[in-house]
Design a protein around this ligand. Structure first.
Ligand SMILES: CC(=O)N[C@H]1[C@@H](OP(=O)(O)O)O[C@H](CO)[C@@H](O)[C@@H]1O
Ligand SMILES: [Mg+2]
Length: 541
């Protein structure tokens, strides 16, 4: 490798931001866009090294997802579409923070440490979202890739799931799908339309839906796909990013989920499904207003249980015996866990927060459904599962054939708002359910998710998939005492706290049989966190 260009660009154009340290966290680097140009340049370099190490195409997505429009970020995607291996997050952090004059040495050390063949060609697949800063950051990333001799495959402005899809297709010779943006749209739309079949008449399901694109790239992608879905879905788009609406501002999946309220910019129409995606369209949330104007949220837990229940039905009907499971996190509503496990008989596992942990646990099943409550999730089918389903289909089993199209409509490479939406629509139509019917399957326990500010959130460590605190030592016993108190002992109450991986806060989650009890529990646990873990500012009340 030749480092002249890297040295020159570092000295002249991409100087280190003196006052900042960067940390590759759960979602890569993510912060104010103005601080990120040099980080992006260096991540271009890292992506080349990773590509050489893996002898494969590597992905690079420039986005800050649901964060405000002034933020941006970058995530590196490994060859099979997963998030970059955890061991390399540290390498990314080292390169991002190296002094300008030490950068080449840091790259050389990485090459040596990972025993990388420098002659190996490197290809980086690059995508970006619609943020105003994404163009400049994209140019920096591309400059970084080229500075060390890497090749770039441009995806342009795309959703995060399209970038993951493109990486997977590029690495498996196109067997997952055609490695173009059009290939992605066509694969999903074709599978979706095939699943419509000739179909009977629906009395409850209606094909109309409102689509809240968060004023981001999900809106752009839906504009591309909506015409090809029109035979089965009447999609009215809002917050499509074409007007003067601001990205993620009072709209989109994160806003709807966290504020538990109807998105701005979407007309309040009773009984109509509203589908909200986040700023890079890897999360989806449904919601609707009932005839009294009351708001109802159908979140990732609800979508996961719908999908897992449907897959179980198809497997039974197809008489194909495969191990199906659902992976949630501690944030999953207790009522959803009870419903899917108790009522539908699907085993449920609990993973630590963060897609990579859910993804990993889902691999334990022949068919692993995983979802975070915030609407990020997908389904993974093992090679063996696909083989037995395809064999059954080839032998004339029509249900197995339907399962094959279900597999095609799913983006297995990562949570994908549009793909998940299409699958939900297929299921609702097949069950002939209105959105109210879907909502009636179980009743969410009232819950509250709040943030507590502490001086150093790393004083809190957890175990048992983040459901219990280990340190500070007195905190968990205090939470347990609270849950055993007369107020909460018979109230189906559950609460936990954990340090966020993406913000400098401690998150407290509480649920209980009534809104008042859930609120009271979240306040009381927040106070315990504040008292035991070095709270700063005002004590929660
Ligand atoms: C409660 C919650 O929604 N946490 C989010 C959030 O993680 P934290 O570690 O809680 O900050 O961001 C992650 C990345 O987007 C996402 O995977 C996760 O679900
Ligand atoms: Mg996102």
């Amino acid at each position: 490798m030749d480092f002249q260009s890297l040295e020159k660009l570092t000295a002249e154009k991409y100087k280190k931001h003196a006052s900042r340290t960067f940390n590759y966290g759960t979602a890569g680097f993510r912060t104010k866009a103005d601080d990120l140009e040099t980080v992006l340049f260096r991540m271009g370099v890292l992506a080349v090294v990773r590509s050489k190490a893996m002898k494969a195409h590597i992905g690079m997505m420039i986005t800050a997802s649901h964060n405000p429009a002034c933020d941006n970020g970058v995530k590196i995607v490994d060859p099979r579409g997963e998030m970059m291996a955890v061991a390399w997050e540290e390498h990314a952090t080292v390169l991002a923070n190296a002094e300008d004059l030490q950068l080449v040495a840091a790259v050389q050390q990485l090459l040596q440490q990972e025993n990388i063949n420098q002659q190996q060609p490197a290809i980086v697949v690059v995508g970006r979202d619609t943020r105003p800063s994404s163009d400049v950051l994209h140019a920096a990333a591309v400059a970084g890739v080229r500075a060390v001799g890497g090749q770039v495959v441009e995806c342009g402005v795309v959703t995060t799931p399209i970038l993951h899809y493109r990486v997977v297709c590029a690495n498996d010779g196109g067997s997952y799908g055609t490695p173009t943006n059009e290939g992605y749209s066509k694969k999903l739309a074709d599978a979706f339309l095939k699943l419509q079949g000739t179909g009977g008449s629906q009395s409850r399901y209606s094909s109309g839906l409102q689509f809240d694109g968060a004023n981001g790239v999900g809106g752009c992608q839906m504009s591309i796909m909506a015409p090809s879905l029109a035979a089965a879905l009447t999609i009215t788009q809002y917050n499509d990013g074409k007007g003067d609406g601001v990205l993620n501002y009072k709209c989109g999946a994160d806003h709807v989920k966290t504020t538990q309220s109807w998105p701005g910019g979407v007309p309040a129409t009773a009984g109509t499904r509203c589908v909200s995606v986040d700023g890079d369209a890897d999360r989806v949330i449904y919601s609707f207003l009932d005839s009294n104007g009351a708001f109802h949220l159908l979140d990732g837990d609800r979508i996961a249980t719908l999908i897992a229940g449907y897959l179980k039905q198809l497997l039974t009907r197809a008489q194909v015996s495969l191990k199906l499971g659902l992976i949630q996190t501690a944030y999953a509503n207790g009522a959803s866990t009870q419903y899917i496990n108790g009522t539908l008989g699907v085993p449920v596992g609990c993973a630590k927060t963060g897609v990579k942990f859910l993804h990993h646990m889902a691999l334990d099943y022949d068919i692993g459904v995983y979802f975070e409550a915030n609407g990020h999730g997908t389904v993974l089918f093992s090679d063996a599962a696909k083989k037995s389903i395809r064999e059954a289909a080839a032998a004339g089993n029509s249900v197995a054939e339907r399962l094959c199209s279900v597999i095609d409509v799913i983006n297995e490479t990562v949570g994908d708002a549009i793909s998940d939406m299409l699958l939900v629509e297929v299921i609702l139509k097949e069950q002939d359910w209105s959105v109210e019917d879907w909502n009636k399957q179980y009743t969410d326990l009232p819950n509250r998710l709040v943030k507590v500010l502490v001086a150093d959130r790393s004083v809190i460590s957890t175990t048992n998939a983040e459901r219990s605190c280990v340190t500070p030592a007195a905190l968990q016993p205090a939470i347990d005492n609270l849950l055993r108190s007369t107020e909460f002992a018979t109230a189906n109450a559950r609460a936990f706290c954990r340090p966020s991986g993406t913000e400098d806060v401690v998150r407290v989650y509480a649920e209980a049989s009534t809104r008042e009890l859930a609120d009271s529990l979240s306040t009381k646990v927040s106070q315990l966190v504040f008292d035991h873990a070095g709270g700063v500012g005002a004590r929660p009340k």
